[in-house]
Design a protein around this ligand. Structure first.
Ligand SMILES: Nc1ncnc2c1ncn2[C@@H]1O[C@H](COP(=O)(O)OP(=O)(O)O)[C@@H](O)[C@H]1O
Ligand SMILES: [Mg+2]
Length: 309
């Protein structure tokens, strides 16, 4: 145990890894290897149990399914009769104006909020009636990258990313450090491994949050406005990483965004929320070609919108 056995390989990359958005495209095999190493670590029993319990009987069953979901706050309806589903390995983009209920949808999916009516299934299991303990198991499989990163303030970047791996167990200190440093390298944060979150820019915090989410080896990753308030290079890098997670590792993603350019790059399917309703749910191409005036207005306005701050 401890750092005494560190090999040169486990040192953070300092001279080549962190600079450009395009370095993300050169380390393809590294991502696959890193995730395989995490998977090879002995999984704790409760994880095996939850995998057994949730393994779908039918492989074509959607991994996520919202069915007629409604929720109000103080008698004000926010989501009304929302239905959509996400197939395994696909990316759904949730689009819509500010305040329309995009973040609420993600919080419902994590079980942080309960709907007033309707059903929400993850891998075929209804989560609305689940206990907090059962939801904790779901949250290991469906992880959220929060807008503000939601990192532990008193822990360094390295310790933040280590956290899910320590919780999971099965790795010695050397393995853990190597995996963590590689995950940090993948998101381009290797020059800040020892920094505390407070000293990082929003984009960096989000990149580190993404590395931490990956360390938990989830099935589904939820991103809430990943490109808001980050510079274009980081935005591009985050976009690349989301795509590579999908294509190389078959990750399922839900990306909340009002950035249409970003959605066009990533989305297989689109859910467009408007005034509490699912105004459109279906393939990206159908959304872009939609004649619905609400969709057209959203697309037209988006083309002129200044980046939000
Ligand atoms: N816990 C809450 N209590 C009361 N109102 C809430 C709560 N969470 C969200 N809301 C309201 O629900 C609406 C949708 O919020 P949100 O999902 O955050 O919008 P966005 O689409 O911008 O992510 C907003 O009007 C917000 O004020
Ligand atoms: Mg939001």
């Amino acid at each position: 145990m401890g750092d005494s056995k560190l090999t040169p390989d486990s040192k953070p990359v300092s001279d080549s890894g962190h600079a450009g958005a395009d370095s993300a495209e050169t380390d393809l095999s590294e991502l696959t290897e890193t995730m395989a190493e995490i998977a090879a670590a002995e999984p704790p029993e409760e994880l095996l149990e939850s995998q057994e319990a949730t393994s779908p009987g039918c492989p074509s069953e959607p991994i996520i399914c919202f069915s007629h979901v409604s929720i109000s706050f103080d008698d004000r309806p926010v989501l009304e009769d929302i239905s959509f589903s996400v197939e395994r390995g696909q990316t759904l983009c949730i689009l819509g104006r500010s305040g329309v209920g995009k973040s609420v949808s993600l919080r419902l999916l994590m079980g942080f909020l309960k709907p007033d009516s309707g059903s929400i299934c993850v891998e075929g299991r209804e989560i609305v009636s689940m206990s907090e303990a059962e939801l904790m198991a779901i949250r290991k499989r469906v992880t959220m990258v929060f807008q503000n990163g939601a990192l532990f303030d008193s822990l360094s970047v390295r310790e933040n990313v280590s956290f899910p791996l320590r919780e999971r167990g099965g790795l010695d200190e050397d393995q853990l450090r190597q995996i963590v440093d590689r995950l940090i390298g993948l998101v381009g944060a290797d020059d800040v491994v020892d920094a505390l979150p407070a000293s990082l820019s929003t984009g960096r915090k989000r990149a580190v949050a993404m590395a931490r989410a990956l360390a938990a080896q989830p099935e589904v990753v939820l991103y809430d406005e990943p490109t808001t308030m980050v510079d274009p290079i980081i935005a591009r890098r985050l976009g690349n990483l989301i795509q590579r997670l999908k294509h190389q590792l078959g990750f399922t993603s839900i990306v909340v965004t009002h950035d249409m350019r970003f959605a066009e790059r990533l989305a297989d399917t689109v859910l467009f929320l408007d005034q509490g309703r699912a105004r459109y749910f279906g393939p990206l191409a159908g959304f872009l070609a939609s004649k619905d005036p609400h969709v057209q207005q959203f697309l037209t306005l988006d083309a002129y919108e200044l980046p939000s701050v």
